[in-house]
Design a protein. Structure first.
Length: 88
């Protein structure tokens, strides 16, 4: 028996999935979250801050902050540490 990989193209799979109205609605509902995460990560980088520095200002561990950046779990605590007013 030999290994035969199954071809998979993420863009094509997404195009197909987006044809399902339920999937499309769920996908579009996430757009704001992805935009917010992108803005927060960009703000942290522009501020020249590491995850460790932001975590210290928030009073949390760096691994906790990594989870925040991965999931948008604590935007209200994160944003003020890296953004000036009106930036987000």
């Amino acid at each position: 028996m030999s290994y035969k990989p199954v071809p998979y193209t993420p863009k094509k799979a997404l195009e197909k999935d987006l044809q399902d109205p339920e999937f499309r609605q769920a996908w579009e509902a996430l757009e704001d979250e992805f935009a917010a995460l992108d803005a927060l990560l960009t703000a942290r980088r522009q501020a020249g801050m590491t995850q460790e520095q932001v975590a210290a200002k928030m009073g949390v561990s760096q691994p906790s902050l990594a989870r925040v950046e991965a999931s948008l779990g604590s935007v209200s605590g994160y944003a003020p540490q890296v953004c000036s007013r009106g930036q987000l």
